[in-house]
Write a protein that binds this ligand. Sequence first.
Ligand code: G6P
Length: 493
Amino acid sequence: MSQDSDHPDDQGPAALGRVLVASNRGPVSFSQDEGGSLSARRGGGGLVSGLSAMAGSADLLWICAALSDDDRAAAQQAPDGRLDAAGHDTPAAVQMLDIAPDVYDQAYNGVANSTLWFIHHLLYDTPNQPRFGSEFARQWESYRSYNRAFAAALARGAEDRDGARVMVQDYHLALAPGMLAGLRPGIRIAHFSHTPWAPPDYYRMLPDDVGRELLEGMLGADHAGFHAQRWADAFLDCCADILGAEVDRAARQVSYRGHRCDVGVHALGVDAADLRQRAAQPDVERHVAALTEAANGCRLIVRIDRTELSKNIVRGLAAYRELLSAHPELHGRVVHLAFAYRSRQDLPQYREYTESVQRIARQIRDEFGTPGWDPLTLEVRDDYARSLAAYRLADVAVVNPIRDGMNLVAKEVPILSERGCALVLSREAGACAELGRHALVVNPYDVAATAHAMYEGLMMPQPERARRCAALAQAGGALPPQQWLADQLAALG
Ligand code: G6P
């Protein structure tokens, strides 16, 4: 829990001092209209809402990468590369780093998303992948220089600011803490992993020097945070087994080359009041009306994911097919809303996965659909208001990732559900640690068990569903982003 003295509400402006945040994707993105002028679009997510709550009490700077040519143009136009918060509707001043496109591509697509994401989510088809050859060596060089660019910008951002605290986000930036500590000895650094962490036997697939360098980079931080105990423990195991670092498991501390890194578990939750307010807006109401009409009285099984391989959408749809095969009495009485929004489409594996999702969805509709009943609605175009409408209407929510750092959908749906939804939840999601007691917990590889859990969710008596849903909502809102962030800052001292 946070120390009272570090809670933003308790203090006056700038009481928290200089806080620097670093992440690959920032809180704003730019696009050029036909007339050539750039317009900003604010992003969402826990970090944005957490920092918004802190904006009055800290001197904030958020350093991120320019992700597109339009972002680069905006960064080049900004005085000393910094966009002010008020002018761009962001919770912090933003500095977008204009990293050379090929370096960025190799670091983001080559190392972060095709390698580290696969390692931490256990996604490799190991008879064939990974293969670390000379192409990977080039990508790794780019990953280093991408991290160096962040470390240098953070060092500049902390200049002349005694007591500056730095919060580095995720696997894109595993080397930055060590690099920054080298540039600015004594600066307080936290790193947070939003993903799981791989167990040593799997992590060891990385080339030995790369595996070590990543851990050493992370250990440059004073605090390494994870969403769940399992991921924190796996990190400690890697530090002990691979680096031979001194690990105190009870205290969750790693000592390495004279520096100590504390490891913390901070299970990000949802700002329930804020989410409910957003879900009551007219655009969501319109979608509620449209989805209700389309459902035509059927019960709704809902899943909403980005189309990432780790989300296990194909097995989830296969489970729905098994449900329909095993229970003909449900035909015409249930509809599956599967919203699978496109993600990372520069990578061939992601494009192929999206196609697999579309293929099995077609098969289900062809096999079971009738003129009066469409058993499945698959949407691949992101629409936040429609997602919230589906949350409100869900009878059963399915969250069945192969592995997931947290999974906020599992927390959001029960908060918004108006029908007291049942939650089918993978035991491999970080969220399972908090929600498992009230969910229908499944092994994500077990399609038959997932189908059975969907059935149980549909058949659960209403009072039990309502009771479980209320408990899920309570747990999901337990650590809202502002508190989550304040706790990490407090842990930095
Ligand atoms: C997911 C993960 C985060 C990660 C993000 C990056 O949300 O949970 O750990 O930072 O993906 O997504 P992007 O679209 O920027 O590659």
